[in-house]
Each structure stands twice: as structure tokens, then as C-alpha cells.
Design a protein around this ligand. Structure first.
Ligand code: SAM
Length: 284
């Protein structure tokens, strides 16, 4: 069944008396090339975890790879729809649940054993960042994460230092992954169309962080502080977050070769790491 066909989507919705929930971010894909492209970019070798299958358009593309697909859907109404649309695929398992509440480590071990799997999703936009953060920071056995997000979020993930889009999300993604944009997708490729354009991003998970730091928690404390007040200088941001006299912080930055008057958004991974290591050394 062609699940990208607007006619089919309307017929399925009418048959199951299904109304799209804005609150759950239900914008279903209608461009046939996009699910195929996401499935290809996911490079599934040992299985895929899907978040939010909806009517199953991406589930279908993932299932066609022949590998095991486990899809987590929060909306209970969609369970019988998915039984109808993708029930024929023996390699697909639908799990009713909230991706934010499930223990993904346990779920992946139970469903896939010790294999490294990939995640694919057309994400619900109301919780894009919390989902990405959970996926990236939970030490899951992941190979790639390929997700549809708002274009603006894709730009933030792939931003370069010194640009407006560069921020804590960029640094988190670059610390753990190699991010890239797979394709841009216009609002007209969804039903109902969202208010914004979208893009598919691929996050290739690295075996270890992309920069060496003495303490990862301190690294993210520094990143959070540096972006908390974007108009302030790095020195003022750090002074707000760490209980140290400004003179001491200023000296510490200069010793790390960083001007105290720059803004956090100009710093790359290595500079954040130097500051974090200096703060770790004095145990602040
Ligand atoms: N994959 C389908 C597609 O591409 O057409 C639907 C994508 S739609 C943007 C997002 C899906 O995520 C919806 O089916 C929605 O019900 C589901 N969803 C929303 N919040 C969720 C959550 N917390 N956990 C799991 N699924 C969720």
C-alpha cells in the first residue's frame, strides 16, 4: 500500500475515524522519495529503532531492508491503523509507549541483543531537542541517528562557530557525533503541512567523544554557562555560573589562550575543553 498517497491517507483516516493531533506533532510524510532516503541514510546493518511511526510510511521503507524494525508510538489510536498498514511485515514490531519515558537501553538490549542499531524518525517537533538529547547522551549502542527535524533545528545542529545558529545543541551533537544534512524537505511534503520547512539530518555516532576532556560533566557545565546569556561576554557568563572571582576566571581564560571578552558562540570544541579542564583542575 502506498502510504505517501494523500488519497490513501485520507481513506485510512476516514476508515479508522482518525483525526490528526497537532499536540502530538502528527504531520505525515507524503513525498515518496523521503522515506526511502531516510532508510538509505540510516545504513541499517543490525536493525532499526523508529520513533513515532504514525500511519507507517517510514516503518514500511525501513521494513523493506529486511532487518528488524522496532517502532515506538505514543498515540494508542494508531495501533490498529499500524496493524492494518504494516502488520504484514514479520520484521516489524510496534511498541506502544512514550519514547521519553521508556528505558531505551533495556529496550534495545531486549529487542536487538548486543548489536549496534540505527534510529530513524520523522520526529514530533514539540519534543525534538529532548528526544535528540536522550538518544545522544544515554550511551546507547547506536550507529546512526537519521531524523526529520525543523529546518531551523537542522541548521543549529550543523552550525559553525561564530554563527547565530551555533549553540549548546550544536556543541552537544559535535561532541558525540558527526552531523550532516541529508536533504531539505518543504512543508508541502506533509499532511497536514506544518508551518515550517524541514530537513533530514544524519548524526553518525562516534565511539568516543570528539574531544578529550578530563570531566564530561564539567565540559557541559561550561557550554551551558557560555550560551546561557548570548549577549554577554564569556567572562561574565562564566562568572554567573561558577563561584570564582572574575580576576581568577579571567586569568584562567588567558592561560588557556582565550580572550575573556569574546562571546561563547565563537568557541570551538577544543576551546570549551581547555576551559573545562582548567576548571576541573581547581575543582570548582
Ligand atoms: N512517521 C510518520 C510519518 O513520517 O508520516 C509520522 C511522523 S509524525 C511527525 C510524529 C509521530 O510521533 C506521530 O505518529 C506521533 O503520534 C508520534 N509521537 C508523538 N510524541 C511521541 C512520543 N513521546 N513517543 C513516541 N511517539 C510519539
Amino acid at each position: 500500500m502506498d502510504l505517501t498517497s494523500v488519497k490513501n491517507i485520507k481513506e485510512i483516516a476516514a476508515h479508522f475515524d482518525f483525526r490528526f493531533s497537532k499536540g502530538l506533532g502528527q504531520n505525515f510524510l507524503t513525498d515518496p522519495s523521503v522515506p526511502e532516503e531516510i532508510a538509505r541514510a540510516t545504513e541499517i546493518t543490525d536493525g532499526a529503532l523508529e520513533i513515532g511511526p504514525g500511519f507507517g510510511v517510514l516503518t514500511q521503507a525501513l521494513a523493506k531492508t529486511g532487518k528488524k524494525v522496532v517502532s515506538i508510538e505514543l498515540d494508542e489510536r494508531l495501533l490498529k491503523v499500524l496493524e492494518y498498514t504494516v502488520g504484514e511485515y514479520e520484521n516489524v514490531k510496534i511498541i506502544h509507549g512514550d519514547v521519553m519515558k521508556l528505558n531505551l537501553n533495556n529496550l534495545i538490549t531486549k529487542e536487538f541483543g548486543n548489536e549496534k542499531i540505527s534510529v530513524a524518525a520523522n520526529l514530533p517537533y514539540y519534543i525534538t531537542t529532548p528526544i535528540l538529547t536522550k538518544l545522544i547522551e544515554s550511551s546507547l549502542p547506536l550507529k546512526n541517528i537519521v531524523v526529520m527535524v525543523q529546518k531551523e533545528v537542522a541548521d543549529r545542529i550543523c552550525a559553525e562557530p561564530g554563527t547565530k545558529a551555533y549553540g549548546a545543541l550544536t556543541v552537544m551533537c559535535r561532541y558525540y557525533t558527526v552531523p550532516s544534512i541529508v536533504t531539505q524537505v518543504s512543508a508541502g511534503s506533509f499532511m497536514p503541512p506544518p508551518k515550517v520547512d524541514s530537513a533530514v539530518v544524519k548524526l553518525h555516532m562516534c565511539d568516543k567523544p570528539n574531544v578529550d576532556v578530563k570531566d564530561g560533566k564539567m565540559f557541559f557545565r561550561v557550554v551551558k554557562a557560555a550560551f546561557a546569556q548570548r549577549r554577554k561576554t564569556l567572562l561574565n557568563c562564566l562568572a554567573h555560573a561558577f563561584p570564582l572571582p572574575k580576576e581568577r576566571l579571567s586569568e584562567l581564560l588567558e592561560n588557556a589562550g582565550i580572550s575573556p571578552s569574546v562571546r561563547g558562540e565563537t568557541l570551538g570544541l577544543n576551546e570549551f575543553a581547555s576551559i573545562a579542564d582548567a576548571l576541573t583542575d581547581i575543582d570548582v
